[in-house]
Design a protein around this ligand. Sequence first.
Ligand code: NAP
Length: 278
Amino acid sequence: MVDAEGLVADACPTANGMPVLGLGTWQNTDPEQCAESVRTALETGYRHIDTAQAYDNEAYVGEGLAAADVDREEIFLATKVWTSNLGYDDVLETARESLDRLGVDYVDLLYVHWPANAYDPEETLSAFDELYDEGLIRNVGVSNFEPENLEVAVDVLDAPIFANQVEMHPLLPQERVREACAAHDIEVVAYSPLARGAVFDQPEISEIAADRGVSEAQVSLAWLREKGVTAIPKATGEDHIADNWRSLALDLDDEEVAAIDAIDETSREVDPDFGPWN
Ligand code: NAP
């Protein structure tokens, strides 16, 4: 349903209870702005917010959650444990600190941010199991896991892995990761779903956007949704927040999806040396 301002109200589909369009907050570190972005998103209709210990904004995200007129239970809130905090005791301690900063009793999803640095499958994941059993985290997630990392984690964890958050967009379609996730019933969450702006310069995407009278951002997000993937574009101001939300009203046809699938340019925007693919 699209209202008079062209915004889709109450219409975000969910995957296993997770809204398939969320708000990213990396680099949204100005306290007032970050809180304002989160509040604006929630009031636009977003019910999925993504942050991380490493973003240094959990407290501001928490202020945005508190300022919006939306019940906590309606919001799917995700954060991530940074790589230096992945020892057993540090996971338990810093996860509680994250909850305090966010001003909540639980998060809906807690991710291992990267399988790197202090990550040790047995140590790290047994702490995640404990947080899960205590009800402080409703779901266990991993991020930047390659299929090989996933296999190990699936074996070690008692709790199910709910989601693997990886970079994904038309210039990085992640077929291998998606297949591995599907084999274990793990949701894929696409970070940098706009390729941090790089999709705006793709002629195939611009052509579809012009034909449909929508933005390139919406085309990229609709393509991800068509793949059964959840997207968490970062947007700061109301215009981008609303533009991305409108992607929920865009259904690409088979020909459009095929044209995007056929893009042969590849780009990985987030590629630190400690990435497990390096
Ligand atoms: P992104 O969402 O692909 O792109 C964000 C950029 O696009 C920002 O510069 C934003 O500008 C702009 N933008 C957003 N909507 C737009 C629109 N409709 N039209 C034009 N420009 C638009 O990149 P990202 O921030 O890297 O990824 C999204 C989220 O994924 C992050 O914020 C974070 O939550 C998560 N993430 C996770 C990891 C991980 O390791 N797990 C890594 C990277 C990112 P404004 O800010 O000015 O609106």
